[in-house]
Design a protein around this ligand. Structure first.
Ligand code: HEM
Length: 422
């Protein structure tokens, strides 16, 4: 226990069912009484939670913290059982979120070339088309589960298209990703099998695209072809790195977007005044409130509750707390983005908020690569739902909804809604 904590009232219990439903009161307590707090995670690992905005932002950019799990000073008896991604040393785990410069700089430069804002903007009609198709699948019924029928398939198909996975294979990805999201990415049988199948498929796809490029060097606007082309032009990128890159794009771009749509829609449906303002603005043909609104939804109840693992490579001091070399550090984005020292009335949802410097996409060299795509998907999905199904509402009570209890992400298991059939 730290000095701060000893003098305060009882610390809240973390990682319970109540906490998963609404972690914000516990985070408010931590920010005030134990802003850098050592805790035992459900996996048994001890880690530091950083909860204040200023500390969080600084920590995310601190190069003395490594992303490489090899820096974790893990007790011998717990080796390999801590659930820290990368410890299993699977080939797909040598990706952007598990590596440091100079490898990170090289790989990020390569993928940024293939992942340009222009490419994302060109993608807008496809995201709209996918959104319309999915809504058409349930509009006439008058009810739907927005997670399974909408938020879940949309980003999977979008990322598959972006990577260049042929349409006829995309339902396989939907199944594999479904298995991974349902079981939280843990090492259990079904998940391991799904990851294995995805790895095999990606390796084969990369191989096929390399052959196609050799036959005809210019085709393939897709991201995987772009990566192969970049590597063939003298940049060093192994096939394994290309597969890990495709995997992290799927992994980082999938559940996050599911939760952006799910948490975002949930927040709108439980804040009728804000939702009415947004609908009025959409009806008037404006896009400004939708744009600031999606950012505010990310701040207010974002998809990524905790940033991914970081490990101290030397003894460091964060927010007045000494942290030993080898200790894991988790930055609590959800706590930082509700810090009253940084945001006025942080617990109020205000879609027109001008102060949009939230940490929902991270900060520093690992800042979300897919942010432009996420914004496009979030704005298209939420805007279209409110326009097509104007009287959409929760079917049941918000308090009865179940939240998935994973460590890093925050999202709903289901989001049942009802509306006048359209
Ligand atoms: C990194 C959030 C969507 C690809 C990150 C990080 C955050 C984040 C917080 C930094 C993690 C850390 O520093 O530990 C989000 C949110 C999204 C979203 C809230 C949706 C609303 C996407 C999409 C893609 C994507 C759609 C790609 C298709 C990535 C990649 C990284 C990343 C590749 C690693 C970047 C690096 O390490 O250099 N994201 N993300 N994300 N995101 Fe996103």
């Amino acid at each position: 226990m730290t000095e701060h904590e000893a003098s305060a009232s009882a610390a809240p219990e973390l990682f319970t069912w109540e906490f998963a439903t609404d972690p914000y009161p516990a985070y408010a307590w931590l920010r005030e009484h134990a802003p850098v707090h050592r805790t035992r995670l459900p996996s048994g690992v001890e880690a530091w939670l950083v909860t204040r905005y200023a500390d969080a932002r600084q920590t995310l950019a601190d190069q003395r913290l490594s992303k490489n799990p090899a820096h974790h000073d893990e007790p011998a008896h717990a080796k390999g059982r801590t659930g820290i991604p990368g410890e299993r040393k699977a080939e797909l785990m040598t990706h952007l979120l598990n590596i440091d410069p100079p490898d990170h700089t090289r790989l990020r430069r390569l993928v940024s070339k293939a992942f340009t804002p222009r490419r994302v903007a060109e993608f807008a009609p496809r995201v709209q088309e996918l959104t319309d198709q999915l809504i058409a699948g349930f509009a006439a019924r008058g009810s739907a589960d927005l997670i399974h029928e909408f938020a879940f398939p949309l980003p999977i198909y979008a990322i598959c298209d972006l990577l260049g996975v042929p349409r006829e294979d995309q339902d396989d990805f939907r199944d594999w990703a479904g298995m991974m999201i349902r079981h939280g990415g843990g090492p259990r049988g079904g998940v391991a099998r799904s990851v294995k199948k995805m790895r095999g498929y990606l390796a084969e796809l990369i191989h096929r695209k390399r052959e196609a490029l050799t036959a005809e060097p210019e085709p393939g606007e897709d991201l995987i072809s772009g990566l192969i082309r970049a590597s063939d032009h003298g940049e060093h990128l192994t096939e394994n790195e290309a597969a890990a890159m495709a995997f992290i794009l799927l992994f980082a771009g999938f559940e996050t977007t599911v939760n952006l749509i799910g948490n975002g829609m949930h927040a709108l449906l439980t804040h009728p005044g804000q939702r009415a303002l947004l609908q009025a603005s959409l009806a008037a043909g404006e896009s400004g409130l939708l744009e600031t609104g999606v950012e505010e939804l990310l701040r207010y109840d974002g998809p990524v509750e905790l940033a991914t693992w970081r490990f101290a490579t030397e003894d460091v001091r964060i927010g007045g707390q000494d942290i030993a070399a080898g200790d894991p550090v988790l930055v609590v984005l959800a706590a930082a983005d509700r810090d009253p020292e940084r945001f006025e009335q942080p617990d109020t949802l205000d879609l027109s908020r001008r102060d949009l410097q939230h940490l929902g996409y991270g900060h520093g060299i690992h800042y979300c690569l897919g942010a432009p795509l996420a914004r496009l998907e979030g704005q298209t999905a939420l805007g279209t739902l409110l326009k097509r199904l104007p009287d959409i509402q929760l079917a049941g009570e918000s308090a009865d909804l179940r939240w998935r209890g994973g460590l890093i992400m925050r999202g709903l298991r289901t989001l049942p809604v009802e509306f006048t059939p359209a």
